[in-house]
Design a protein around this ligand. Structure first.
Ligand code: CA
Length: 232
């Protein structure tokens, strides 16, 4: 039985009802908040496992809600944004959100995002991310030795490819924006960095795929960034 507690933050009643009905039908527990203040209060008092957060709220901005929650909690936050809020979506990811859904979304999409987040939670709790050796499907990274392997074969990565792979692996399940990644890798985020990032990602991905076949480890989020997926 699914016992995950989801806090649904949405001021639009029909959307809120669609979400809670879906959650109920799939055995999730849920709480509701219709504005930002109640979202922060609800998070503090009920300690939810996941937050579904609409960005356009009547009182405080969704990005501000994330910043405030992140001062004390690492709870996974999935943003729900309208297409007109694309810049806000990137800002929200940089403020510490984990993933996003764009309105209008399907029920299947919502459930899929929740499953990704739950897998990430289970993974974090098992300590596979914080340990010295990271494993995800056939991918293995020995952080201490500075080596990565696919199907037991060592991957020949350039220093930047290896840094990228480590960064993605340490944030498995989470969407990392171009700005975040370039800042972590190069210490700044200029136009050129994003273009270089695209090139490095393409070669890294080719090297991973050469050994892993069709398994997709790195997901591209066009105009947003990249995410490492948990592979079964
Ligand atoms: Ca709204």
């Amino acid at each position: 039985m699914n016992k995950t507690l989801v806090l649904v933050v949405e001021d639009d009643a029909p959307v809120r009802n669609l979400i809670t009905t879906t959650l109920k039908a799939h055995d999730y527990r849920f709480l509701k908040a219709e504005n930002g203040e109640n979202a922060i209060l609800g998070t503090a008092s009920h300690n939810p496992d996941v937050i579904l957060l609409d960005l356009g709220l009547p009182d405080i901005d969704g990005v501000e809600v994330i910043k405030r929650i992140r001062t004390w909690s690492n709870v996974p936050i999935i943003i729900i944004s309208a297409r007109s809020e694309d810049c806000d979506k990137i800002e929200a990811l940089d403020a510490g959100a984990d993933d996003y859904l764009t309105k209008p979304f399907s029920v299947e999409e919502l459930l899929a995002r929740l499953r990704v987040t739950e897998r990430r939670l289970a993974y974090m709790q098992n300590g596979q991310v914080t340990g010295a050796v990271f494993t995800n499907g056939a991918l293995k990274i020995d952080y201490a030795a500075g080596c990565a392997y696919m199907q037991e074969k060592e991957l020949h990565l350039t220093p930047i490819e290896y840094k990228l792979l480590c960064l993605l692996s340490k944030n498995i399940g989470k969407v990392l924006t171009h700005t975040y990644i370039t800042q972590q890798i190069w210490g700044h985020s200029w136009e050129n960095d994003v273009a270089s990032l695209r090139v490095f990602m393409a070669t890294l991905r080719k090297k991973l795929e050469k050994e892993s076949g069709t398994v997709q480890y790195i997901q591209t989020h066009i105009g947003v960034g990249y995410r490492m997926m948990k592979v079964e």
